[in-house]
Design a protein. Sequence first.
Length: 53
Amino acid sequence: MAFLLLVPGTVGLVSLTTFDPAAVVAALLTFVSLCTGTKIGDAVSELVVHRRA
């Protein structure tokens, strides 16, 4: 499972091979949520680092 979280493209490829529209939407939403979470985490860490400096 950790590999699928690190490489969200594989989730999309697996869902496309199933030809299930719900799986494709779930893969896209997973990818978007991972990207959003990464950007928010980056922004918060930058704020903390710049406050301490």
